[in-house]
Design a protein around this ligand. Structure first.
Ligand SMILES: NC(=O)C1=CN([C@@H]2O[C@H](COP(=O)(O)OP(=O)(O)OC[C@H]3O[C@@H](n4cnc5c(N)ncnc54)[C@H](O)[C@@H]3O)[C@@H](O)[C@H]2O)C=CC1
Ligand SMILES: O=C(O)CCC(=O)C(=O)O
Length: 447
């Protein structure tokens, strides 16, 4: 081994001292991979780990746009092309004021391992801008998306880099960006996923991350001879991932007791109904309103500034953003009897929270495994675009089920401790994701 774990982490920290989220993701991954790498001499060759933590390319650019009042704004746009050893860069675009290189590098790094886990030939990337779509008119969002694409279009393509949505980027934004891409490149290809059904999108892509998360939870529960029906679920967020996690859970007779947004949390101890879910969909996706309106409409409790983790639940599904569940939240969940935490968001648990839930030996799945259903169906959208075909809902759902079950199997196969029943899903996901990428990098030489 050329460097120890601590030396490797120190060198990552020293290179980019102002990137705490990236350091956190690298520490989580490398600390679980290290004992495995120490046993496999091959993975100590060719500067593999140093290359693995360094993006292949980062693109940063100016995004000037004009608001409805004629005022010029300048945002910063990025694409982190992290690793293309097993396929074209693939991963979402995030529009949120908190976007910076630290956040995008952590997301791109996680995406490499996640995409490898999907069983599909997808490399990893992530991008976005520090633009806040909240409160902007439809026309302002369109102008911003078009301005963003006038630079990004030259760096992406169906065989190079295929973006999709993430926080602040849904069907509307993908449509505007794809339209501008098509105009500038004068080509109709599957360069985006999450497209509308009328122009090459896959059925079930909007639902895929949330549905896949519930399929993964079902697989985890099965190892304990439990079912999801009747379990109390605390969900955070009310965006794409939270919405379809809640939808599948309600359909399967689980009780979804919380939903939230950055203003606060709505608690419904009896479980949200489909009627309340429909209202939320219209509220968030069409009127783009605040979740407190859901509480008001159905006479439910809304707690401003609060998180869902204080309420009693069996299963916690953080589906909003990074580091939204800290060590105190983890302790509260455990004290209240929560026995399963599965991540819909990327890196929603702090490192300390992860250590706490792992010490308690409850079921705990990292996002790179449990939320991989979204990018998996994106991979299926790319396959359909290449074939110029559309698969049916049953076909896509069936493939999504199979992929989530393969990911679960891979986590158990690398994460099951020698003696006993406990599966360390973090170690399992990290090793299973790493092996495929590492083997491809070694086979292709030092590039
Ligand atoms: N959209 C997708 O297919 C996938 C998304 N993810 C991850 O899932 C998470 C949610 O993404 P989407 O649902 O797509 O985004 P979205 O923009 O549709 O929804 C984000 C949700 O998080 C909430 N939120 C954001 N910041 C918050 C904060 N500081 N406190 C409380 N709530 C906050 C928002 O109010 C909103 O409800 C992100 O971590 C994303 O990276 C992971 C896999 C795939
Ligand atoms: O579908 C995709 O390409 C991106 C999904 C994504 O951004 C994620 O998995 O975090």
């Amino acid at each position: 081994m050329q460097m120890s774990l601590e030396q490797t982490l120190d060198s990552v920290r020293e290179k980019d001292p102002h990137q705490p989220e990236f350091h956190q993701a690298v520490e989580e991954v490398l600390s679980t991979l290290w004992p495995f790498i120490e046993k496999c001499k091959d993975y100590q060759k060719q500067g593999l780990i140093e290359r693995f933590v360094e993006p292949e390319r980062i693109i940063q650019f100016r995004v000037p746009w004009v608001d409805d009042a004629g005022k010029v704004h300048v945002n910063r746009g990025y694409r982190v092309q992290m690793n293309s050893a097993i396929g074209p860069y693939k991963g979402g675009l995030r529009f949120h004021p908190s976007v910076n290189l630290s956040v995008l590098k952590f997301l791109a790094f996680e995406q490499v391992l996640k995409n490898s886990l999907t069983t599909l030939p997808l490399g990893g990337g992530k991008g976005g801008a520090d633009f806040d779509p909240k409160g902007k008119s439809d026309n302002e969002v369109m102008r911003f998306c078009q301005a963003f694409m006038t630079e990004l279009y030259r760096h992406i393509g169906p065989e190079t880099d295929v973006p999709a949505g993430d926080i602040g980027v849904g069907g509307r934004e993908v449509g505007y960006m794809y339209g501008m891409y098509r105009k500038l490149r004068n080509e109709v290809t599957g360069t985006f996923t999450g497209k509308g059904l009328s122009y090459g999108g896959s059925i079930l892509r909007p639902e895929a991350t949330g549905y896949g998360l519930i399929y993964f939870v079902e697989a985890m529960l099965k190892t304990k001879n439990k079912e999801i029906a009747g379990q109390k679920l605390a969900i955070s967020g009310s965006g794409n991932v939270a919405q379809f996690t809640a939808h599948k859970a309600i359909e399967l007779d689980a009780l979804v007791v919380t939903m939230s947004d950055s203003d606060g949390v709505v608690h419904n101890p009896d479980g949200f109904t489909m009627e309340q879910w429909q209202y939320l969909m219209e509220l968030k996706n069409e009127r783009r309103g605040r979740i407190s309106e859901l509480a008001k409409k159905f006479n439910l409790k809304f707690e401003e500034g609060a998180k869902p983790w204080q309420y009693r639940c069996d299963i916690a599904l953080p589906c909003a953003t990074q580091n939204e569940l800290d060590v105190d939240d983890a302790k509260t969940l455990l004290d209240n009897g929560c026995f399963c935490i599965s991540e819909g968001a990327n890196m929603p648990l702090t490192l300390e929270a992860i250590h706490t839930v792992q010490e308690a030996r409850i079921l705990y799945a990292p996002g790179k495994a449990s939320n991989a259903g979204g990018v998996a169906v994106s991979g299926l959208e790319m396959a359909q675009n290449s074939m110029r075909q559309h698969w049916s809902e049953a076909e896509v759902d069936n493939r999504l089920h199979t992929i989530m079950s393969c990911i679960h199997k891979a986590c158990v196969s690398y994460g099951k401790e020698d003696e006993g029943e406990y599966t360390d899903y973090v170690t399992g996901a990290n090793i299973a994701g790493f092996v495929k990428v590492a083997d491809a990098m070694l086979a292709q030489g030092v590039v």
